[in-house]
Design a protein around this ligand. Structure first.
Ligand code: OSB
Ligand code: MG
Length: 368
């Protein structure tokens, strides 16, 4: 196939509740939607980048520019036999993986539609349901945190992840743990600590957490390798894993025992599958992270999560936790067992609500 046209849209979508991490607070998302056209079919992608370069170096604005000026021109009009060729076509771009992933994911959806298959099947998915957890942002006080955890535990989510930062860590987790002594729990620091905080991080062992996600610098594996043997709790790397090579090096150094896979961060399904395959062979658990995605990104996450090895609950939760109305129908729903059944439809498996996208659009660009 040849991609004949790529359409970009920026939509603005307010979150139903603000989401706060150690690097900031988000109240409204600015999301780039990618439409790739070929032979009368459309593939859908969503750029998972944040509004500001605080999670990684990318932002909504930088991705718009990189997709328009580099990714799209490198992909348009080329003879493509498999979506796995997209990373090759865009390989001269250093970094900017979320920009590259947005187009790569759209081409995967397009190929699945061309083959009249669900995307999870084209990727090699085997799991009938995916296991879901939630990521809980920081609130002003422990009582508010506990209330949020209570709600998600009642909804059936299998694992509760709590955001932490200096000053909102040991005591807060202690208070939450006291209320939910048995619940599978983890924490995510988004790089808010250094090795100087090792004693504090060691104290978190007390709470029998499933993992501690990205405690140290966003681009580090060496210090994490020094920290991991000092902890009983498994370290999970998020920000510092951008490729299967990074995963290999981190595991070789003993920097982590678990890996969070995010499609945007690793440049799309092709690289995500390589990480999944590498970890699966070595019995290293992986799980699907989230970036406050709207429905298209969420559907791509669900398709990836059906791959073998995605056994730990992901940060893939119900649309209604984020949006008053999602951009796909039906919205993503989670069962009382904390699972999402893999969809049966072709491609991403959910219908894209183009009217809703149109209504939310603030900017459009067509690249031919
Ligand atoms: O580190 O996993 C993270 C959201 C934005 C940026 C980084 C992260 C997150 C989350 C939210 O934890 C996951 C979600 O519910 O989509
Ligand atoms: Mg994280």
């Amino acid at each position: 196939m040849k991609i004949e046209r790529i359409e970009l849209r920026e939509i603005r979508l307010p979150l139903v509740a603000p989401f706060e991490t150690s690097f900031g607070r988000t109240t409204e998302r600015r999301i780039i939607i990618v439409k790739a056209f070929s032979e009368g079919l459309i593939g859908w992608g969503e750029c998972t980048v944040g509004e500001h370069p605080f999670y990684n170096h990318e932002s909504t604005e930088s991705c718009w520019m990189i997709i328009r000026d580099y990714v799209a021109p490198m992909v348009l009009g080329k003879e493509i036999e498999s979506p796995e060729q997209i990373p090759q076509l865009t390989r001269l771009i250093r970094g900017n993986k979320m920009a590259r992933a947005a187009v790569e994911c759209a081409v995967w959806d397009l190929e699945a539609r061309r083959q009249n298959k669900p995307l999870w099947q084209l990727l090699g998915g085997t799991q009938e349901v995916i296991n879901c957890g939630v990521s809980i942002g920081l609130e002003d006080n422990d009582a508010a945190m506990i209330k949020k955890v209570e709600k998600e535990v009642s909804a059936g989510y299998q694992r509760i992840k709590i955001k932490i930062k200096p000053g909102r860590d040991y005591e807060m987790i202690k208070a939450i743990r006291k209320e939910f002594p048995e619940k599978t729990m983890s924490v995510d620091a988004n790089s808010a600590y250094t090795l100087a905080d090792a004693d504090l991080l060691k104290k978190l062992d007390e709470f029998n957490l499933l993992m501690i996600e990205q405690p140290l610098a966003y681009d580090d594996i060496v210090d994490h390798a020094e920290l991991q043997p000092q902890l009983k709790t498994s370290i999970c790397l998020d920000e510092s894993i951008l490729s299967v090579d990074d995963a290999r090096k981190a595991l070789k150094l003993g920097a982590c025992r678990i890996i969070n896979v995010k499609l945007g961060r690793v440049s799309g399904h092709t690289e995500a599958r390589k990480i999944q395959a590498y970890c699966y062979e070595r019995n290293i658990p992986v799980w699907c992270g989230g970036m406050l995605e709207a429905g298209i990104g969420r559907a791509h996450n669900i398709a990836m999560s059906a791959l073998p090895g995605f056994t730990l609950p992901g940060d893939v939760s119900a649309s209604k936790r984020y949006w008053a109305e999602d951009i796909i129908t039906p919205p993503v729903e989670v069962t009382p067992q904390g699972t999402i059944p893999r969809p049966t439809g072709v491609g991403i498996g959910y219908e894209v609500n183009e009217k809703r996208i149109e209504a939310l659009t603030v900017k459009t660009e067509v690249i031919k």
